[in-house]
Design a protein around this ligand. Sequence first.
Ligand SMILES: Cc1cc2nc3c(=O)[nH]c(=O)nc-3n(C[C@H](O)[C@H](O)[C@H](O)COP(=O)(O)OP(=O)(O)OC[C@H]3O[C@@H](n4cnc5c(N)ncnc54)[C@H](O)[C@@H]3O)c2cc1C
Length: 385
Amino acid sequence: MRRLIFEPEHEQFRDSARRFFQQEVAPHGERWREQGFVDREIYQKAGAQGLLLTWADEQYGGLALDDFRFEQIIIEENIAHGEIGFYINLHSALVAPYIAGLGSDEQKARWLPGCISGDKILAVAMTEPGAGSDLAGMRATAVDKGDHWLLNGSKTYISNGQLADLIIVAARTDPESKHGLGLFVIEDGMPGFERGKRLKKMGLAAQDTSELFFNDVKVPKENVLGEATQGFRYLSRFLAGERLVAAIGSMAAAQTAFDITLEFVKERRAFGKPIGAFQNSRFVLAGLRAELDAAQTFIDQCTLLLNAKALEADDAAAAKLISSELEGRVVDACVQLHGGAGYMEEYRISRLYSDARISRIFAGTSEIMKEIIGRGLGLDERKIG
Ligand SMILES: Cc1cc2nc3c(=O)[nH]c(=O)nc-3n(C[C@H](O)[C@H](O)[C@H](O)COP(=O)(O)OP(=O)(O)OC[C@H]3O[C@@H](n4cnc5c(N)ncnc54)[C@H](O)[C@@H]3O)c2cc1C
């Protein structure tokens, strides 16, 4: 279905972004998946092309495009035509907004230019071995030592964990309050900061995901984002945007799976005809098309709401829930329509299938999304239980 949210300038931007992902990213995908991480240079190339932090102020080197549709286009084009493991979305649309939104003028001047040029790669570290969905269970601590904070603890499953130069780390700053967290910018090379293993995963082979360790890391006061006890509130504030980013990615992956399968069923023959001619294939694809169009329309509406600064936490949770669940159903049906070929790595659908499984888990699981939507309905057990 035609999408009406884009203007001619967006379509132009999409064309040039697509060329970039086709020419500069896709040809390296297989090698990156084998090595388990992308080359750092790809961030610099994307920066030179104006594809990083498109929204950032011109004084830092950004394009000041105060319109999330541009970021949406980048996410969609990278997934459809580039490499899903290149986490340009995490860098630009998910982590950098913490610096721009919470950082002081000095911090923004210090970090944003490198993020925009691609010289500094970003990550955010909340999850710990014992605390994922339940962030209030976080055990990493930061203690105020007067002229610095002393950070101790460990994080796990951190995207860009190996490549990142700047990592926003959440740690407990107030032992009395389970919501007293701070956000600390940890820089590559700080004494006491160590990267653990690159973790082996079911999918997203080119995306490095790692453990991180912090042993008596002296974090200068200038590296605290916002107020050192308000991290929980900040995380909640930025998580809506993060969930929309995840939803956009799920839709792009699901649509890509659908498109390649539609081509496949026209070519592949059985019983003397293309498998697309069987009523079952037609019905399956017709049903998916209807669901994809409906979900995409909702996600596009969420983009416009974000632009209008009116995207609520439960809207974003609904976007992530329906898109990631739909992605799961689409890739599963598309593998089935591919037959044995769908299980072979050389067919892209097999990768889309294994890459998709995490979408219902990271950036908040489907169950947590339902909790948030339920709270929006006033069905909070703390209030009505
Ligand atoms: C590839 C990958 C990349 C990631 N990248 C990052 C990153 O960059 N930074 C970062 O900080 N984290 C990252 N994560 C972590 C991710 O966000 C967490 O794995 C996720 O939030 C789930 O937390 P958990 O793994 O601790 O699962 P758990 O919280 O232990 O959940 C286990 C199960 O219990 C269910 N559950 C939990 N609480 C409830 C409840 N209240 N009601 C009903 N069911 C519940 C969950 O839905 C799930 O089904 C990444 C994870 C992966 C796998």
